[in-house]
Design a protein around this ligand. Structure first.
Ligand code: ADP
Length: 392
């Protein structure tokens, strides 16, 4: 049987038992009042109270929100999860759904339940402090004699699931778009070559260079996609050892020197030689590579990119990469760490950016127990910071 259905059936059984016990408790109370003296009546009350508290605790321990209505469609029980889902504070027993929740959609659902007796998988949007998407299952509760005793509503919070689904769809759409652009260009150049351009050596060389450039872009994109997917799925375990930071940054600046020279940018490694971090050297190198490469790409021609650090409290080293380039607009500063977000789309494409560099940086820095942050001034420059544990 379908798992939610099994769960729902079980819940109904628990509730039937709850209702049956409630009735029994009531009868017992009456009988107790008649048959026993004050002392034994109080003892009986205590036992009943304990059993009721146990039942309430059982409902409160559930992740799903549960709402139980009595025969007159008034609230008999609401568990803790449902209180949190609907931001309900205070006593609402005895109120109608509309009085308690002020949600016409939910009252309509109750009206539907009156007619249909069961409702499965209805999605309900709740706009409280946070917009939530709930899946509601509901059923009339019938006792052993077939008499309706009330109804039960069970609410599953689908908000996180929906968010993940949206992110996944957005990601697939972005990846397809990113792959399609260079592929259509490559196809365009190849077709033009086949149509005759191949017979003109000068044009053919230019087109082949373009094909080469866009193929590189595809390779970088696939490489970055693989890295980000491994980082996000937690498949990459950090291999942390003492790392000489100045030496590590030196390797990065050597790799990027030719790119910097094209814009006559000076790469200035100011990290003190005795700074030793405990980190995954390869991953940390990737962080510096992405940040310094961006500083060159978005930096000012004939400008300077500075890489530095300082010892801070708690055995940490704060590192930074700073440029004197175009800067990042205030509204984009938080978003640049999202996958495929680009503040300057045209410039990013022109420089062959994948839109994933900073998302990779964010994940690696997080895996080292820190958070990457940025400060920037329009047309003055940008500075990225993060910390790494220092070797003690
Ligand atoms: P991209 O491949 O587009 O460079 P990133 O994830 O590395 O992707 O960066 C995201 C965006 O952040 C870039 O497209 C750019 O708009 C902005 N950005 C990153 N670094 C800088 C910088 N040093 N100066 C200005 N803008 C930057």
């Amino acid at each position: 049987m379908w798992p939610p259905l099994i769960f729902f059936t079980l819940l109904i059984l628990i509730l039937l038992q709850f209702l049956w016990q409630e009735r029994r408790f009531r009868r017992q109370r009456e009988r107790a009042r008649q048959e026993y003296n004050d002392a034994s009546f109080q003892q009986q009350q205590k036992v009943i109270g304990q059993a009721q508290a146990q039942q309430q605790a059982l409902f409160n321990s559930m992740i799903e929100g549960v709402l139980l209505l009595d025969r007159d469609w008034r609230i008999q029980l609401i568990n803790q999860s449902l209180r949190e889902l609907f931001d309900v504070a205070g006593e609402i027993s005895g109120q109608t759904i509309l009085e308690a929740f002020r949600l016409p959609d939910l009252s309509e659902l109750a009206a539907r339940l009156k007619k249909e007796k069961t409702i499965f998988d209805v999605e309900l949007e709740v706009r409280g402090k946070k917009k939530r998407c709930l899946q509601v299952n509901a059923s009339a509760v019938v006792d052993r004699d077939g008499l309706e005793q009330g109804s039960i509503f069970v609410f599953h919070d689908l908000t996180r699931l929906k968010e993940l689904e949206n992110t996944r769809q957005e990601f697939v759409a972005n990846v397809s778009h990113e792959l399609r652009t260079p592929l259509s260009l490559i196809k365009g150049f190849a077709e033009t070559l086949l149509d005759g351009a191949k017979d003109n050596p000068e044009v053919a060389t230019r087109f082949l260079q373009n094909i080469d450039k866009h193929t590189d872009r595809l390779l970088f994109l696939i490489e970055d996609l693989l890295t980000i997917s491994r980082l996000e799925s937690g498949q990459i375990a950090l291999n942390c050892h003492p790392v000489e930071l100045n030496f590590l940054v030196e390797r990065v600046t050597e790799d990027l020197n030719s790119l910097a020279r094209e814009k006559e940018i000076i790469l200035d490694n100011q990290i003190p030689k005795d700074f030793i971090a405990v980190a995954d050297a390869d991953r940390l190198q990737q962080v510096f590579f992405n940040l310094v490469e961006n500083s060159i790409k978005y930096g000012k021609a004939k400008g300077r990119v500075t890489i530095g650090g300082r010892q801070i409290a708690d055995h940490k080293i704060e590192l930074f990469v700073e440029d004197d380039g175009m800067g990042i607009p205030p509204e984009a500063r938080e978003r640049i760490f999202e996958r495929f977000y680009r503040a300057d789309r045209a410039r990013s494409r022109e420089t062959g950016g994948t839109g994933l560099g900073l998302a990779i940086v964010k994940h690696i820095v997080q895996a080292h127990g820190s958070k990457v942050s940025v400060t920037s001034e329009s047309n003055e420059g940008t500075k990225f910071f993060f910390t790494v544990p220092a070797k003690i």
